[in-house]
Ligand binder design. Structure first.
Ligand SMILES: Cc1cc2nc3c(=O)[nH]c(=O)nc-3n(C[C@H](O)[C@H](O)[C@H](O)COP(=O)(O)OP(=O)(O)OC[C@H]3O[C@@H](n4cnc5c(N)ncnc54)[C@H](O)[C@@H]3O)c2cc1C
Length: 359
């Protein structure tokens, strides 16, 4: 069987694949998405049980770019952006087995036990420190050089774990934290750069990058169903197996077995893979493995997420967005997130907790 009318074929129906398909369709193209799982969404999956909403993948994001707000605007009602309560701005970092609030002002920054006295003093000299010379400097080296070891251990390391489940001594700053890198590169200092950037006039689009924590009303699963509905569910082929991409007469031929066991082919000039790079040798059998080596050397972190719902909660006072656990604490746990930040999940006495474990 041949699938017709695909001018772009996208492999993978996670958030990346579906967003590409949706915007291609809005721009008059005709994409087809081929997914090996039984449903779209990739790592995003929301389900409801006994009045709780559980996210088994990501639970929130940060409105760090105008495009995120634009996506929700464009989906107009298919998925509704929900931002976290203002009082959830508080976050904790674990030190010596105890949760310590991240400083939110000058006084708390001076008093916090998270950073050493000498690093607190050293930070005053950050605006006068020379910029680095190595464009591929790791996050760890850059933060130690500019701010000191305790800032790496008890601010940047847990932040990096929360975002990438990654190791700051391996991640290269200009790729992992491009905005931080740009502060030193463009302004010579994190502090000077943050102040100057804060004063720069923002465009209407940039103002939408509010840095607020967001989810979607009803859970992030509505973002997936909204994108799939707006793209056209008939354009998303799930349950495909043995997917292969090979050069054809005019572009590429993608072949796979459908959920029903039928052999299917589709032709297209453009094929986009959003699957993890470790899938590429199977997807692209015509390419020698050596040619894929740079992509195959990418490291992926394994993360287990545990979500629990409580009808009655007698534990910690839930007054924060969550807490992160620095790797120095040797706990095999990346962090804990309290969905109380979103009113829909805070059903008076009912609480659900979610934590990510590094394995
Ligand atoms: C547990 C967890 C928690 C997270 N928490 C957050 C968070 O709180 N905030 C945040 O901003 N980000 C978070 N993230 C990251 C964020 O979820 C991802 O960056 C994003 O959802 C990735 O989307 P994607 O489409 O690129 O990849 P994926 O969601 O992995 O989708 C890739 C798709 O490709 C399919 N596929 C793979 N191989 C093939 C193949 N050979 N053929 C066909 N299809 C294939 C897969 O089945 C999958 O559906 C989290 C991630 C995880 C795993």
């Amino acid at each position: 069987m041949e699938l017709k009318n695909a001018d772009v074929i996208i492999i993978g129906a996670g958030l990346t694949g579906l967003s590409i398909a949706y915007y291609l369709k809005r721009n008059g193209r005709s994409p087809i998405v081929i997914e090996k799982a039984d449903k779209p969404g990739g790592v995003i999956s929301t389900h409801s049980e006994n009045g709780f909403i559980y996210e088994s993948g990501p639970n929130t994001g940060v409105l760090s770019t105008p495009e995120i707000a634009a996506l929700f605007d464009d989906l107009s009602g298919e998925s509704i952006l929900e931002t976290a309560n203002k009082d959830s701005a508080k976050r904790y970092i674990m030190k010596g087995g105890k949760w310590q609030a991240i400083p939110s002002g000058l006084l708390s920054a001076v008093a916090t036990p998270l950073f050493t006295f000498s690093d607190k003093f050293r930070i005053l000299g950050e605006p006068f420190r020379k910029p680095g010379m190595n464009p591929d400097e790791s996050v760890a080296d850059m933060v130690i050089r500019r701010m000191g070891r305790s800032f790496l251990d008890y601010a940047v390391d847990p932040f990096i774990s929360g975002v990438y489940a990654g190791d700051p001594s391996i991640l290269v700053t200009r790729y992992a934290l491009p905005k931080l890198y740009a502060l030193e590169h463009n302004y010579g200092s994190f502090i000077k750069g943050s102040i100057k950037k804060g004063r720069e006039k923002k465009s209407e689009a940039e103002k939408k990058a509010t840095r607020e924590v967001f989810s979607a009303k009803g859970g992030l699963g509505t973002l997936i169903s909204g994108l799939a509905d707006a793209t056209g569910n008939e354009k998303i082929v799930c349950g495909a197996s043995g997917i292969k991409i090979e050069p054809g007469k005019s572009g590429f031929v993608v072949s796979f077995k459908s959920r029903e066991g039928i052999d299917v082919t589709a032709n297209s000039k453009t094929v986009i893979s959003t699957a993890g790079s470790y899938n590429l040798p199977d997807l692209l059998p015509f390419l020698p493995v050596d040619a894929l080596e740079p992509l195959l050397s990418l490291k992926y972190a394994s993360v287990v997420q545990v979500a629990a719902g409580y009808k009655k909660w007698g534990g910690l006072h839930l007054d924060a967005f969550g807490g992160l656990v620095p790797s120095k604490e040797n706990r095999d746990i990346l962090g804990i997130f309290s969905p109380q930040s979103f009113p829909r999940q805070a059903l008076k006495e009912e609480h659900s907790y979610l934590c990510s474990l590094a394995v």
